[in-house]
Structures are given as structure tokens and as C-alpha cells.
Design a protein around this ligand. Structure first.
Ligand code: TYM
Length: 334
């Protein structure tokens, strides 16, 4: 009864590698708060990962590790629905229908498709191209009000809105059109060694992983690229000082401090003092998550129980939407 009044929220992360600080500080750290207020669905987007070749054993391991990490971050499976995308077959089915309402031109404009097809030029497969349609299906099946993501996924959520509006324009009010939900601080964490690009697992040198040891994290922050100005002063200016501003964004997200407070804290002190402090703040933020993930990973049967129950709950909701869509487009009900 209570759930019927709550707004719905949904998001997912690809288990294509270890989770990194961008995934955490961008969307994930906000999710535990949301489960108190919203009816939340969080899933592991394993079907998305195979647009790029994966080692099957590694993918299985990463999927379970990511599930444990979700829980370790505070996503209590009793209070939200946690599931693995490939366990809910309706995602692939709705994606097919929606692909017939998605235009070649709009998919060709997706920045991530352009980037990934350039990076994996030996494997520009159809899945890489239609990936945003699967993402639209992931979302629309659950009729969420909000989709919390980092800045790089905004374009895909907008495409999802366009597809839903096009479908509704033909068949009436069938699909809820969701809003992206993008936090101000942390929405685009940059690489530590080349702050012009986003932090990403495909650039592991500039990337801090959630399960990195404290020693590794400290080393990565000590080596972080700061700017080639002569100022040596901690000041937020993403244009002129992208490296320092990125570290400030990380520090702000990890500590909850504002940019003004950070500037005041490090006034008169150079990058040599600031960088290790950011490292320490990140180590302390991630320590409990790493320890809890490792503890949970020892309890495989608990994790199995979580994803089984999650898939059951998710399937029931997904099936309702799929039936409605099938009926609207004219498929005969069995
Ligand atoms: P993925 O797995 O690349 O990233 C997961 C989430 O982390 C955010 N993110 C970042 N935020 C800030 N700074 C960064 N450097 C950074 N890198 C990644 C992403 O914006 C994302 O929110 N297509 C999605 C997964 C997905 C999905 C969905 C998300 C599939 N279906 C439906 C929401 C709803 C993806 O590849 O995210």
C-alpha cells in the first residue's frame, strides 16, 4: 500500500569491470538515501557489457562482486529491488519492440556509440549501436519517475524519453516518461592522470577502483596530475585548472564540504599537501565498503538469495508493462 504512493526510481551499472570512484561519487553514493523515500530498482546491466567482448568467467565474478558492492554501499535488499538484468527476460523483449520505434539517425548521434566504436573498431557490432534502446527498455519496464545517473548517461536517458514520447504519441499514454536525476557534485569525475577525460575503467591508470587497497589509492592520488600553472593554489576553476578542480570535486563529494570551505582549508598550502589529503578522504570513504564487500562475497548463498528474490519482484513489474505494450502494438495475447 505504502509503495503505491512512493515515486519510483531505477538505475543500473555495467559489471564490465571493477566499480570505480566515478560510479560511486556520481550516482551510487546517493542511492542508499533514495531507498528510504522511493520505490527503488537497482540492477546489474550484464546484458550491456557484451557489446564489448568479455571473458565469461570474469563477467560472472564481476557481476557477483558488484552485487555485493551494491549491498555494501547501503542498498539493503529488504528495502529495494536488486537484480541482474539477464534474469528478467522482459528487458530483451521490450528492447525489440522499442527498436522499431527508435530511429537510425538518433542512435547514430549517441556520443558513447561514437567513442566506443572508435575504441573498438574491430568490433562495431549491432548491439553497440542499439545499446541505448536496451537501456530505454530497462527503464521503461519499471515506469520510474527518476533515473539517477552520471552526466555521461544523460543523452541515453533523453533518448529513452524521446522513444517513450513517440510510442505514446501513437498508442496513447502507455509509458511513463522519466526524468534524469543528476547530482551537482560528482556528476563527471575526471581521470586522475588526464583530467580532460572522464574517469573510466577503460583508462585504468587514472582510475581509482572501489576495491583498491589504501596503499594503491594513496599512490594514485599522490601521482594525480595537477595543472601546469605556476599558482600552486587550491582554487576551483574547471577551465583553467581542470586537474585541481577535479580533485576538489572528489574531496567535496567524499567529505560533503563546499568548494569555498575547501579553498579556505588549503589556503596558503600547495598541491603537495592537498593531493594526499584527497587520497586520505577517499580511503576513509571506501574502507567500510571494501571490507563489507569482501565479507559479503564469502556468503554466496546469501547473494544468490538476494538476486533470486530481486529477479522475481522485478519480473512481475516488468511483465505488466510488457503485456500492455504487446497489446497496444497488436500482438495476440496467449
Ligand atoms: P556505466 O556502467 O558506464 O556507469 C554506471 C554509472 O556511473 C556513472 N559514471 C560516472 N559518474 C561520474 N563520473 C564518472 N567518471 C562516471 N563514469 C560513470 C554513469 O553515468 C552511470 O550512472 N548504460 C549505463 C548502465 C545502464 C543504465 C540503464 C543506467 C544500463 N541500463 C538504465 C540507468 C538506467 C552505463 O553504461 O553506465
Amino acid at each position: 500500500m505504502e509503495n503505491e504512493q512512493k515515486k519510483v526510481m531505477l538505475s543500473g551499472i555495467q559489471p564490465s569491470g571493477a566499480l570505480h570512484l566515478g560510479n560511486y561519487l556520481g550516482p551510487l553514493r546517493h542511492w542508499p538515501r533514495m531507498i528510504e523515500e522511493f520505490d527503488c530498482y537497482f540492477f546489474l546491466a550484464d546484458m550491456h557489457t557484451i557489446t564489448v567482448r568479455q571473458d565469461p568467467a570474469a563477467l560472472r565474478k564481476q557481476t557477483i562482486t558488484l552485487l555485493a558492492t551494491y549491498i555494501a554501499c547501503g542498498l539493503d535488499p529488504e528495502k529495494c529491488t536488486l537484480f541482474i538484468q539477464s534474469h528478467v527476460h522482459q528487458h530483451a523483449e521490450l528492447a525489440w519492440v522499442l527498436s522499431c520505434y527508435s530511429m537510425f539517425g538518433e542512435l547514430s548521434r549517441m556520443t558513447q556509440f561514437k567513442d566506443k566504436s572508435a575504441r573498438h573498431s574491430e568490433n562495431v557490432n549491432a548491439g553497440l549501436f542499439t545499446y541505448p534502446v536496451l537501456m530505454a527498455a530497462d527503464i521503461l519496464l519499471y515506469q520510474p519517475d527518476f533515473v539517477p545517473v552520471g552526466d555521461d548517461q544523460k543523452q541515453h536517458v533523453e533518448l529513452c524519453r524521446n522513444v517513450a514520447e513517440r510510442f505514446n504519441g501513437i498508442y496513447g499514454d502507455v509509458l511513463k516518461v522519466p526524468e534524469p536525476y543528476i547530482a551537482k557534485v560528482g556528476a563527471r569525475i575526471k581521470s586522475l592522470n588526464s583530467p580532460e577525460g572522464k574517469m573510466s575503467k577503460s583508462q585504468p591508470e587514472g582510475c581509482v577502483f572501489l576495491l583498491d587497497t589504501p596503499e594503491d589509492i594513496a599512490r594514485k592520488f599522490k601521482r594525480a596530475v595537477t595543472d601546469s600553472d605556476t599558482e600552486n593554489c587550491v582554487r576551483f576553476d574547471p577551465e583553467a585548472k581542470p586537474g585541481v578542480s577535479n580533485l576538489m570535486q572528489i574531496y567535496a563529494a567524499a567529505t560533503g564540504k563546499t568548494y569555498e570551505e575547501i579553498e579556505a582549508e588549503f589556503q596558503g598550502q600547495g598541491y603537495g599537501v592537498f593531493k594526499p589529503k584527497v587520497g586520505e578522504a577517499v580511503i576513509e570513504t571506501l574502507r567500510p565498503i571494501r571490507e563489507e564487500t569482501q565479507r559479503l562475497l564469502k556468503d554466496k548463498s546469501y547473494l544468490e538469495g538476494v538476486y533470486r528474490a530481486g529477479a522475481e519482484r522485478a519480473s512481475a513489474v516488468a511483465e505488466r508493462t510488457l503485456r500492455k505494450v504487446y497489446k497496444k502494438v497488436g500482438f495476440i495475447q496467449r
